[in-house]
Design a protein around this ligand. Structure first.
Ligand code: FA5
Length: 349
């Protein structure tokens, strides 16, 4: 069938009109693709019109070809613009959906605070700093020699029963049972100069854990070595310590005791803060609470530390800060310190 060019023109015009109506209604990129296939695809309407062109008389074909090519370009351009519009508006929608309202109030940040043990240790450090004690660091993994032998506790000594500990796979290497081996290390650091220091740190004991015993706990060791240091100095320092920590009205009792590395040895007790000395459950009815061990450094220990015991003397003490905190804050079970229960720790913020 012979086509005539005015008919073709009319068809192109109709196609343009349809396309202009449809384009603004395309809602997404998928719909655009459908449109492209229908109008511009290999089997689409434009292609079909090009095929119709072949049936035009030869002299009419160039003009018809131009017309079709122009229509095709217009369609392509209009489709491209619509696709761009769709992309921009979906981007705008997305931005709006994800918009941040910077005026909203922020989520509260929970502020932490120092653990009660850190607070107690720092309080102890401050008191001894005021009394002129410097702070020395010592080790937690110790040798049998330092933890026992140099402190006058040879192998087989009955005092070792009090200080059962955890041993490492290296023979003779153990987790220290007390901070006292630090005495030897600090003496060897300073001898023959006088020294006055506290040696805080963790200790470990292989023991049955209960309300007053942990396997891992702190001690604050104190050591003073010099010429003519006497028991009066020890007494003065300890009474001052107890009163600064627990109040000036506290009464302090010094009792004879025994440690292999001090001679004489003293236990320090204060009147019970719970009952004021009348006797209660906390002080087991005695009216007194024991808080530390102490004594005059044994001459053998002074010598092991590098001092001549004929010229030098000294005192030492070992405080259990968990026990101190228990008394000060009326805590009945030592296990609360390290069980990480926020209901406990948050009470001391
Ligand atoms: C000693 O450890 C000595 N080194 C103390 C000392 C130092 C004496 C210097 C003389 C001169 P003792 O085993 O008593 O002594 O322990 C001292 C303190 O550590 C105790 O009073 C107690 O407060 C604390 N303590 C001991 N064992 C534990 C434990 N298992 N859990 C918590 N605290 C403990």
């Amino acid at each position: 069938m012979k086509q005539d060019s005015s008919e073709l023109q009319a068809q192109v015009e109709a196609l343009r009109t349809d396309a202009r109506r449809e384009l603004p209604q395309l809602k997404g990129l998928e719909a655009c693709e459908g449109f492209r296939v229908r109008y511009l695809g290999r089997k689409g309407m434009i292609t079909r019109l090009f095929e119709l062109m072949k049936s035009l008389p030869p002299e009419a074909r160039p003009a018809a070809g131009k017309l079709l090519n122009r229509a095709k370009r217009e369609l392509e351009q209009a489709l491209g613009e619509r696709q761009q519009q769709i992309r921009l508006s979906s981007q705008a929608q997305q931005l709006e959906a994800e918009a941040l309202d910077v005026t909203l109030p922020g989520r509260p940040v929970a502020l932490g605070h120092l653990h009660l043990m850190s607070q107690t240790l720092r309080e102890i450090y401050r008191i001894f700093a005021r009394l002129g004690f410097q702070m020395e660091r010592t080790r937690e993994v110790e040798s049998d020699e330092y933890n026992f032998q140099l402190l006058n506790i040879p192998p087989g000594h009955p005092a070792r029963d009090m200080w059962s500990t955890f041993y490492t796979t290296r023979p003779g290497l153990l987790l220290r049972t007390h901070t006292s081996p630090g005495q030897i290390r600090v003496m060897r650091r300073y001898a023959p100069q006088p020294v006055r220091a506290i040696l805080p740190g963790k200790c470990y004991r292989y023991e049955q854990v209960d309300a007053t015993h942990e396997m891992q706990f702190y001690q604050v060791e104190g050591l003073a070595v010099g010429r003519e240091i006497t028991m009066a100095h020890l007494k003065g320092v300890l009474i001052e310590f107890v009163r600064q920590l627990f109040g000036q009205e506290r009464r302090v009792e010094l009792r004879a005791s025994y440690f292999p590395f001090t001679e004489p040895s003293l236990e320090v007790a204060m009147d019970c803060i719970a009952c004021g000395g009348r006797g209660c459950r906390i002080c087991s009815g005695t009216g007194w609470l024991e808080i530390l061990g102490s004594g005059m450094v044994h001459p053998v220990v002074l010598q092991n530390g590098g001092y001549d015991p004929d010229l030098f003397s000294g005192f030492a003490f070992g405080i259990g800060p968990e026990r101190v905190a228990m008394l000060k804050y009326h805590i009945e079970d030592i296990r609360l310190f390290y069980s990480n229960d926020l209901r406990f720790t948050e009470q001391f913020g």
